[in-house]
Design a protein around this ligand. Structure first.
Ligand SMILES: *[C@@H]1O[C@H](CO)[C@@H](O)[C@H](O)[C@H]1NC(C)=O
Ligand SMILES: *[C@@H]1O[C@H](CO)[C@@H](O)[C@H](O)[C@H]1NC(C)=O
Ligand SMILES: *[C@@H]1O[C@H](CO)[C@@H](O)[C@H](O)[C@H]1NC(C)=O
Ligand SMILES: *[C@@H]1O[C@H](CO)[C@@H](O)[C@H](O)[C@H]1NC(C)=O
Ligand SMILES: *[C@@H]1O[C@H](CO)[C@@H](O)[C@H](O)[C@H]1NC(C)=O
Ligand SMILES: *[C@@H]1O[C@H](CO)[C@@H](O)[C@H](O)[C@H]1NC(C)=O
Length: 695
């Protein structure tokens, strides 16, 4: 029951039976979204989308592929056990949303047609799809499968976390498709929920395109979730009525000797004949599908792309993008005593150990990819710089997990490395004359506390699943040709954390009455964090200087749109006359502007991402600890500085989602926090922003 997924990938898309009328997705390698996310580089995400769509057009011209892609996967990683974390850009809804917008723009935009007066005729290079909507991140956790799982979700969490990347994808990415998920949301299967589909995606956000079910979701609703005891015809009628346009049905299910096609095709006519479906609902669905095909030039061509062919697949540009993308996503987790980078002249030979040293394609690429242009293992990459010998006194250990442990349909039981791997690493480290280098391949976080605390393990590098050029990218980092600048897009928890909260509990905020600690960096600040969100070291030292000085004050016109706010007990003497304003009824033109000078105080060139958080006023109850509101990756030469300007829209950057699910700007003193990924350098800066309302 694999949904035809594609995550970040580029290079010669070899599509598996892709057709246009039944969109399938596929892809090539590099890098998986979790380490792609770690680059925090919006132009990289867009370039990856552009490379994929160029190769897709070439494959289409060669008769080997379609033009509709069910990618990207933008579900927020709410729980560190989720098996599909590797397919996504992480745990922060805003960052995931920006990933979606850039990737979709790269996949879809035809230069010169980024905006159009009639969006339903805006041409598409290829059609992307933001999936899986909504509140989906349980696959199979101790028998709780996504097919039957009913996600009980508060409206506040829907608005603030689960829907946010989808909203950004539709509103700012102008995506041409959204996929609904298998699970139920508050009792109703996502694909049969008229409020979620027609109401939110189509009406509120204004989707220009089609809504598709995850593969066999309509069957699952009937056969497995047995929702309301509906027959196949009744389920078909229900999803059409809710706003579904296309059913990804698999034809591998055989009944009475015949393959069963998707439900909408098989039961649609009967649903109309029985008066359960209006013909106009079928017409709407077909209009949405054919409009997408027309925008792709499926019927009358798209001359500017018709000359793309083999030479545009695995081109030099795309290969170097694969290498650069993998390098940009590498996260240096530990580097005691500056063990890395290694000087190949000093260490004439190294020992290469561990199960991923010769990781096969299947591990390097992550899930849902086609074969890469070529494929360089970590061992191949290292061997270009140094001799590999087992007699050497420096060891690089390549470990991690793989698709048997984390993948679609398979959530993790714990956050640990396989036990024998941990034992082997400890054994090798103890026996080694010098501290060893540990390179981890994984999508999700791993509790490697044993390595972080061990002086014989000098450096730890997280390489994600780095794709076809992964071995070269790892070698570039290890031997110092590239200074790592990735930052973790998700919290790496200690294993103890998962015993405090079942995967099936959807709440993001702590629930002291249940002993639940809260989820993601936005709501959890307990001790069970090994590496925090945004962690990432460099070979150089960055510090910030900001133009914001001692802070700033903004006054917004309240215009009678004051909202109540929940305060912590005893935190305010008297409730302000206007505690907060509702952003939906405010013009929200005000901005907070500042510059940050990123100073590279070390002696190597490097890239660094400035992550800008806001911290709500401390007296407000139930607010996030902090939230990312902007980020920018910059390259800074050794000894130099680069200035980055930020203009934060007050309603977006200082808005919080109140208990009532309204987004409001609270009065009081919020804080802007620029947190460095390297905790060893005291270089984070912050400044207060006092917000008042005039009446
Ligand atoms: C769904 O139900 C069908 C029919 O009962 C069954 O064959 C299939 O194995 C079930 N699938 C899952 C994923 O439980
Ligand atoms: C082993 O490591 C030491 C430094 O700890 C170094 O002086 C020596 O040359 C190394 N030997 C080899 C064979 O690499
Ligand atoms: C650990 O055990 C598994 C299963 O027996 C085996 O496949 C794997 O190679 C072992 N790994 C190490 C590092 O010994
Ligand atoms: C910032 O605050 C400090 C201490 O309160 C004060 O001495 C300084 O003059 C202030 N600077 C500006 C630019 O307001
Ligand atoms: C940021 O820097 C630019 C260019 O140096 C300058 O024009 C602008 O006024 C600065 N903005 C702020 C808010 O300091
Ligand atoms: C961001 O990615 C683009 C595209 O790959 C690349 O050219 C650029 O150097 C990257 N920026 C930084 C600061 O690393």
């Amino acid at each position: 029951m694999a949904s035809s997924a594609m995550h970040v990938s580029i290079l010669s898309l070899l599509l598996l039976g892709t057709t246009v009328s039944i969109p399938r997705a596929s892809s090539r390698a590099v890098p998986s979204q979790s380490d792609g996310g770690a680059s925090f580089n919006e132009s990289l995400w867009q370039s990856i989308g552009q490379a994929i769509s160029t190769e897709a057009r070439a494959m289409y011209n060669l008769g080997k592929g379609g033009l509709t892609y069910w990618s990207p996967n933008i579900n927020v990683v709410r729980d560190p056990r989720w098996g599909r974390a590797l397919e996504t850009p992480g745990e922060d809804p805003f960052v995931v949303g920006r990933y979606a917008v850039n990737f979709v723009r790269g996949m879809q935009d035809v230069p010169g047609h980024e905006v159009a007066s009639d969006p339903m005729s805006r041409p598409l290079k290829t059609s992307a799809c933001c999936k899986h909507y909504a509140a989906y991140d349980v696959d199979d956790w101790y028998g709780h499968t996504r097919f039957k799982f009913d996600a009980r979700v508060e409206e506040r969490d829907m608005v603030e976390t689960f829907q946010r990347p989808f909203e950004m994808c539709v509103r700012h990415g102008d995506v041409s498709s959204v996929m609904c998920s298998y699970n139920r949301v508050n009792g109703i299967p996502a694909c049969a929920d008229a409020r979620l589909l027609s109401g939110t995606i189509r009406r509120d956000w204004g989707l220009h395109g089609y809504i598709v079910s995850d593969c066999d979701a309509v069957r699952v609703m009937t056969d497995n979730a047995t929702w309301l005891g509906y027959t196949a015809v009744e389920s078909t009628a229900a999803v059409l009525k809710a706003g579904l346009d296309l059913d990804c049905g698999e034809s591998w299910i055989v009944q009475n000797g015949k393959p069963v096609m998707d439900f909408l095709t098989t039961y649609g006519l009967e649903a109309v004949q029985k008066g359960k479906t209006r013909e106009s609902d079928v017409d709407n669905a077909l209009t949405n599908l054919y409009m997408t095909l027309m925008r792709l030039g499926y019927f009358d061509g798209m001359p500017r792309y018709e000359s793309l062919n083999e030479k545009d697949i695995c081109s030099d540009d795309h290969r170097s993008l694969a290498l650069d993308g993998a390098r940009q996503g590498m996260v240096l987790l530990k580097n005691h005593g500056g063990l890395l980078p290694l000087d190949p002249k000093k260490f004439g030979a190294v020992a290469v150990r561990g199960p991923h040293a010769e990781a096969p394609e299947k591990i390097m690429d992550g899930d849902y990819t086609g074969p890469p242009c070529r494929y360089v293992t970590p061992r191949d990459g290292i061997s270009k710089d140094v001799k590999i010998s087992h007699d050497a006194n420096l060891t690089i250990y390549f470990g991690g997990i793989n698709m048997h442990i984390e993948r679609e349909g398979n959530d993790r039981e714990d956050l640990l490395l396989p036990k024998n791997q941990t034992e082997q690493i400890l054994h090798i480290a103890a026996a080694s004359p010098n501290p060893i280098v540990l390179v981890i391949l994984s999508g999700g976080g791993i509790d490697i506390s044993f390595a972080q605390g061990n002086p014989k393990i000098g450096a730890i590098l997280w390489a994600g699943y780095p794709g076809g050029e992964g071995g070269n990218a790892i070698a570039d980092v290890i031997f110092g040709r590239y200074s790592p600048g990735g930052r973790l897009p998700l919290t790496w928890f200690k294993n103890k954390y998962i015993h405090q909260i079942p995967m099936t509990s959807m709440e993001l905020r702590p629930r002291p009455d249940h002993g639940y600690p809260g989820r993601t960096y936005k709501f959890y600040d307990g001790p069970e964090v090994l590496y925090r969100f945004g962690h990432g070291l460099s070979y150089t030292k960055f510090r910030y200087e900001t133009s914001a000085g001692n802070g700033t004050a903004v006054t917004l016109a309240a215009g009678g749109h004051c909202k109540r706010l929940s305060y912590k007990a005893g935190a305010v003497d008297a409730t302000p006359s206007c505690p907060a304003i509702d952003v939906a009824s405010h013009s929200c033109k005000e901005t907070v502007d500042f510059n940050v000078s990123v100073v590279n105080g070390g002696d190597v060139d490097g890239s660094h991402t400035v992550l800008v958080y806001t911290v709500p006023p401390p007296e407000v109850a139930g607010a996030p600890i902090k939230q990312v509101v902007a980020f920018q990756r910059v390259f800074v030469k050794a000894g130099g500085a680069a200035t980055v300007g930020f203009s934060l829209k007050v309603c977006e950057a200082f808005g919080i989602v109140e208990k009532t699910a309204y987004t409001v700007v609270p009065s009081g003193v919020s804080t802007v926090l620029l947190e460095n990924g390297d905790t060893s350098s005291p270089s984070s800066v912050s400044f207060p922003v006092k917000i008042n309302f005039s009446t």
